[in-house]
Design a protein around this ligand. Structure first.
Ligand code: PBG
Ligand code: ZN
Length: 307
């Protein structure tokens, strides 16, 4: 009876699995704060992507761990970098799911900021052409969705026009519209090696205290040409997911971030909570709040449990 009358149903097809890709071969470097996840070289990544597709997962989103970092983050747009090469490998393996490319500079800059640094702050406008160039490089490699996560003002317009002029006018953009300056990103920054060397991201990521601003950010991103919008983190911001869902008419994605995952894992490892049950409850809550797409490190496990 409960199954018959359930108002919310989870579907593997709406999950997107974040993965960390590094250069080299046969590399599987476990991420201590994210049990079950590792930095993977392409030969190890492709089988995981296949496993996700076989479980019915709708997509993967790739984060690159480059060999070299510099002030500008120039490895981000290197066509031989980890992300473009991984996209090509997944596409030539003919795996049937969407491949999302996260676009940001912080994994590639020596200082770990999401853009070009001038003095002690991130230079918003100087960062835009670098993001645009990076997006085009991922598009050329065959990405299905471009997902800018940097939170610079005007980046959706910059990415859209660069993609259009490079003949990728049909490629969708999922904007991380409401990305909060969150302590829940801690484990990710270990995983991606993207902790800022000084300062923080509060000049561009949102204040957790603000809700209306999220709606404004989503509206601006849509006006600039976004095809989908994202709220991040997900669990602590379910009110924002709901408000954005009610306001826009494009797909809404929500990102269950690394800290949300790691807290559930830590509780489960101590037998303080039932990990699988809490996982499904957290994902159900995100769906109930209105997310159409859920980015989650649990994508394969949840898809498998859902059968
Ligand atoms: C990069 C980026 C971050 C995450 C996704 N893209 C981290 C940050 O802004 O510091 C976080 C993802 C997670 O915690 O799982 N801009
Ligand atoms: Zn960043």
């Amino acid at each position: 009876m409960r199954r018959l009358v359930a108002e919310t149903r989870l579907h593997a097809a709406s999950f997107v699995l974040p993965l960390f890709v590094t250069s080299g071969e046969a590399i599987e470097r476990p991420i201590a704060s994210m049990p079950g996840h590792a930095q993977l070289s392409i030969d190890r990544l492709v089988p995981v992507v296949r496993e996700a597709a076989d479980a019915g997962v709708g997509g993967v989103i790739l984060f690159g761990i480059p060999d070299t970092k510099d002030e500008q983050g120039s490895s981000a747009w290197d066509p031989q970098g980890p992300v473009p090469r991984a996209i090509e490998a997944i596409k030539s393996a003919d795996i049937d799911l969407t491949v999302w490319a996260d676009v940001c500079m912080c994994e590639y800059t020596s200082h770990g900021h999401c853009g070009v640094v001038r003095g002690t702050t991130v230079d918003n406008d100087a960062t835009l052409p670098l993001l645009a160039r990076t997006a085009v490089s991922y598009a050329a490699a065959g990405a299905d969705v471009i997902a800018p996560s940097d939170m610079m003002d005007g980046r959706v317009a910059a990415v859209r026009s660069a993609l259009d002029s490079a003949q990728f006018d049909e490629l969708p953009i999922c904007a991380y519209s409401a990305k909060y300056a969150s302590a829940y990103y801690g484990p990710f920054r270990d995983a991606a090696g993207s902790t800022p060397a000084f300062g923080d991201r509060r000049t561009h990521q949102m204040d957790p205290a603000n809700g209306r601003e999220a709606l404004r950010e989503a509206t601006i991103d849509l006006a600039e040409g976004a095809d989908m919008v994202m709220v991040k983190p997900a669990g602590p911001y379910l009110d924002i997911v709901r408000q954005v869902r009610d306001r826009v008419d494009v797909p809404v994605a929500a990102y269950q971030v690394s800290g949300e995952y790691s807290m559930i894992e830590a509780g489960a490892a101590n037998d303080w909570i039932d990990g699988d049950q809490v996982m499904l409850e957290s994902l159900t809550s995100i769906a109930r709040a209105g997310a159409d797409i859920i980015l989650t490190y649990y994508a394969i496990r949840a898809a498998t449990l859902l059968g």
